[in-house]
Design a protein around this ligand. Sequence first.
Ligand code: PEP
Ligand code: MN
Length: 338
Amino acid sequence: MLIVMKPEADKAAVDEALERVREIGFTPHEIPGAGRTAIGITGNDGAISPDLFHGVAGIAQLIPVTKPYKLVDREAADSQTVVDLTHGVTVGGDKLLIVGGPCSVEGREQLLEAAHAVKDAGGNALRGGAFKPRTSPYAFQGLKEEGLKMLAEAREATGLPVVTEVKDTDTVSMVERWADVLQIGARNMQNYSLLEAVGECRKPVLLKRGLSATIKELMLAAEYIFARGNQQVILCERGIRTFETATRNTLDLGAVVMLKRMTHLPVIVDPSHGIGVWYGVKPLAMASIAAGADGLIIEVHPHPAKALSDGPQSVKPKRFADIIDGLSKIAPAVGRTV
Ligand code: PEP
Ligand code: MN
């Protein structure tokens, strides 16, 4: 059930409703909105009788929830969620979020060069993996905490908030200490212990769609994070496995359209992993924004031929600037700014 509070309901009225949910043995989740507050209820197996809320004055409406995801569903909030990445950067509003940076942090010089290039081109946040979930155990696994420190230095130098992957529950607190946004990689989208752990964090989470995950499974993975109290979740379409082999993955732009209707959370696209080749990144980036995405995460490397991971899909700084130029033409057509 979803409790919709009256627009004029003050904190005392909301607290009274929250308390009533606890009294009847369930867990309330306060979801603030632009015009009103809603309270999602979890912990119940079946329908909840509206009679149990008798006398709680601030309640405007009780809506039965039939979907398996209750808190990330579009109806749970009265407005689009805007996630704050810090440093004045947000996603979910009119302005697009453009995250750029290398697949992996490979060293101080490489990262600082990439970070300055991303900043100069007009990117709003820096990406870079310090813990890399590689298909082969013999491939470069990342610089780990040293890499996180380099990301923090790059943030200091450029003012760009930092997005980096958290690969397992053991390192959540370490990554949370250094990063601004915790990325859950595609391979971990259904690592429920990890989802619960980042749900306990108070930094935004960038949740990437699993390689073979349905849209509903992605929504439910986001629900795991939300249910633990972290409401700062950004969804990311990054391509899925299909029978096609010419592209690394099949970028599902239909998922962007569906997710934008299904959830109040921001939705961004990773065209780099979506296609797997550098020359495909610009057209898919522009198509993603045209399809309604709230932003992009793009792999940028100063010397892609020397990259320790994902070189073939990484764009050079000049190309990244050209992509942003292309986006500045598409964005106004869909009511957005770069
Ligand atoms: C990455 O962002 O470099 C990455 C490993 O992405 P994904 O989890 O989508 O494969
Ligand atoms: Mn990568």
